[in-house]
Design a protein around this ligand. Structure first.
Ligand code: NAG
Ligand code: NAG
Ligand code: NAG
Ligand code: NAG
Length: 382
């Protein structure tokens, strides 16, 4: 039943959205903030008292939060070496009224609203409307609580408090960000993008959901695509999340037998083992190792094609082990949302940001006429 509902939702969206979007991208603002993040999308931060630490950046949370020393339940779910934060007036941290809500997709919290200074990747910021967490409770099982987090969720109805404070302080001119992976780290650019990195213009991705409300939900950022393995259809109308915390590709568990069937008909089963969800194969040569293709649906009347085809050739898709064999960077896992419902969601990570620049952008025009864009452009070879 759930599948049918999702399927008819997609059909409805595809057929109702006949109004063409204006997808001309203005020249990017020069008022940009660039920072560097590691492979798990963490940046080096400096906080009063705590000193240097790594801070998790999330594209899918609206809150930027810090954890008080006497937080209830935080120790239970936090990593063992997590350090709390003391909000001190002398160090320009001001505490206001109490508040409550979800801090990310995994935990809800109670605490208070704070204004404070922080330093990220040696750039100083003033954060207004941070969340000072004093009590948490889990929304999903088996998740680790990060003591400090920075949320960059962005839709026309809802902007993360960090982006909002940068915009209000005129540190950025536009509600937008772009990101790509360069050699050994992510580059996240707030307020726009770097045009000299693009080999082609942006392609506007077709979004799954059209009704967006506060609070932000991850479904707001799903885009539609078809997936292929070795040029054979694996999934049509799949919902894809571009997630920089992922390395390769995470597919729903049910895809593993479909992949096995495709490889079997192409007589390309792994050399020494069966293809299983836990062990997606070992190939002795790249000539026989699988490739992967994602065909993103576009919402772009000017585009030369209806689709943006991104190809992950065998060399890109497969990781080499110490014995010189190859294994696809594919894992299988069902994704659960806040209501513990399974989404038929594909997550694609670093593998895509190594060849494409992702750009998320809210076009000005007030709340009622604002439009959201999620776009990809092929990157020049750096
Ligand atoms: C950024 O905002 C300015 C001022 O609102 C606007 O004129 C400009 O077109 C915007 N640029 C982009 C790239 O959205
Ligand atoms: C954070 O700092 C450490 C130690 O100085 C450094 O090795 C690492 O590359 C830095 N991370 C980022 C994302 O810049
Ligand atoms: C959570 O962890 C427990 C013990 O490690 C495990 O039995 C359970 O299946 C996990 N639950 C989920 C939803 O992953
Ligand atoms: C944009 O990218 C180019 C090419 O890597 C680089 O030389 C330039 O410094 C970048 N500009 C900004 C503002 O980061």
């Amino acid at each position: 039943m759930k599948k049918i509902i999702i399927f008819s939702l997609i059909i409805a969206i595809v057929f109702c959205k006949t109004k063409l979007l204006d997808t001309q991208y203005p020249y990017p603002s020069q008022n940009l903030i660039t920072f560097k993040l590691d492979d798990s999308f963490k940046t080096n931060a400096t906080l009063n008292q705590i000193g240097k630490l790594q801070m998790q950046i999330s594209l899918y949370s609206t809150e930027s939060y810090f954890t008080a020393p006497d937080c209830v339940n935080c120790q239970i779910y936090g990593a063992k070496n997590s350090k709390p934060f003391v909000c001190n007036k002398e160090e320009y941290c001001t505490e206001y009224f109490s508040t409550e809500g979800a801090i990310d997709q995994y935990f809800k919290a109670r605490g208070s609203v704070i204004d404070m200074n922080l330093e990220l990747d040696s750039i100083e910021f003033y954060l207004s409307t941070g969340f000072y967490v004093k009590w948490i409770s889990q929304l999903q099982l088996n998740q680790t609580y990060q003591y400090q987090g920075l949320g960059l969720a962005l839709t026309r109805a809802c902007q993360g408090t960090f982006l909002r404070s940068l915009y209000n302080q005129a540190k950025i001119d536009n509600y937008s960000y772009s990101l790509y992976y360069d050699v050994d780290s992510y580059k996240l650019i707030l307020g726009g993008y770097n045009q000299s990195l693009l080999a082609q213009e942006f392609y506007n991705l077709k979004s799954v959901s059209i009704m967006r409300n506060i609070p932000y939900r991850i479904v707001d950022d799903l885009v539609l695509a078809s997936l292929y393995i070795n040029q054979q259809v694996l999934l049509k109308d799949a919902q894809v999340l571009l997630d920089p915390t992922v390395d390769g590709i995470i597919l729903p568990a049910k895809c593993s037998s479909d992949i096995q069937n495709i490889l079997q008909t192409q007589r390309k089963l792994p050399d020494i083992s069966q293809f299983t969800p836990q062990q997606p194969g070992i190939w002795s040569s790249l000539k026989t190792a699988p490739s992967f293709q994602i065909q993103f649906y576009l919402d772009d009347p000017d585009a030369i094609s209806q689709y943006l085809q991104v190809n992950f050739d065998a060399q890109t898709l497969n990781a080499k082990n110490q014995k010189g064999q190859f294994t696809p960077r594919i894992t299988f896992s069902d994704i659960v949302d806040q209501n513990n419902q399974f989404y038929n969601v594909i997550r694609v990570g670093k593998i895509i940001f190594q060849q494409m620049v992702y750009y998320k952008y809210i076009q000005d025009g007030g709340q009622s006429t604002a439009t959201e864009f999620r776009a990809l452009a092929p990157m020049i070879k750096l």
